[in-house]
Design a protein around this ligand. Sequence first.
Ligand code: COI
Length: 329
Amino acid sequence: MKFIAFNVREDEEKYFAQWEKETGNEVLRLPDMLDMSSVEKIEGFDGVLALQTGTYPDEMFTEFKKFGVKVFSIRNVGVDNINLDAAKKNGVVVTNVPAYSPNAIAEFSVTQLMQLLRNTTIFRNKVAKQDFRWAPYVGKELRSLTVGVVGTGRIGRAAIDIYRGFGAKVIAYDLYPNPELKKQGIYVDSYDELFSQADVITLHMPATPDDYHLIGTENLNKMKDGSYIINTARGALVDTKALITALRSGKLAGAALDTYENESDIFNHDLSNQEIKDETFKELLSLDNVLVTPHVAFYTETAVKNMVLIALNSAKSVCEDGTASTVVK
Ligand code: COI
């Protein structure tokens, strides 16, 4: 079988090569984005792989149909950028990698919170200017805080374990509670309860139209003064302008954002010689109580390996058997 993979990075290369050797199938690897300008490259292949945060246009799936390609296997978990109805209408089976490494994302979220709590950006900037004084940047310890976890799927649960290890009190909200956690009494009944009780809100949920800008002015006002937001999930969950207002007013003490609502032309691009045109994003970067990272919470050796191998196996399985355990319904 022959597959084509888009957005391939050099750190993924060895896993593609390993899989080709082990299975005897061929994979053409391209660094290109998959969009309407590159989609014709899929002609002649049995399946297509990609990984990007930008939207896959609906018309792309008519091209899949035209070229007889029946499987689209994404090497990541989130499917918010795919119109699954358009794929289905064109007979394209979509697969994802639901659990490449929940710990990768959970660990990164905690890392970022710890940095905010101990003002590491501020101290780094001060040290660079040879200002070695301490005050007034006294830190906070996790064991004195209540962490509110939104979303208790695999990533949220991994985060809960880590936070508990540090002695934090953890509360959680999920529309579909996990039975084990429910027995432990971790859940509050509403967002209002979570927002008003937690010192830290950490997001571990997919983006759906219902949760668009969940963290906006109204809910920010329900939060404790001086609380923290951690978003390693999806940019659309946070109204960035409202967040900036809350950060500037002191309502929020800090935020760690590994995702941003308009990230697809920014993150994983080298813009070092360009002026950033997105004024809201520029403002975020200027705040010393915000940690911006370019959607790298997932980015560990374990995760990359699993993303490549699981996506390839899914594509192969759909080609051979018509389905895979990772089909997105
Ligand atoms: C995902 O797996 O959905 C992520 O957020 C990772 C990203 C590289 C797309």
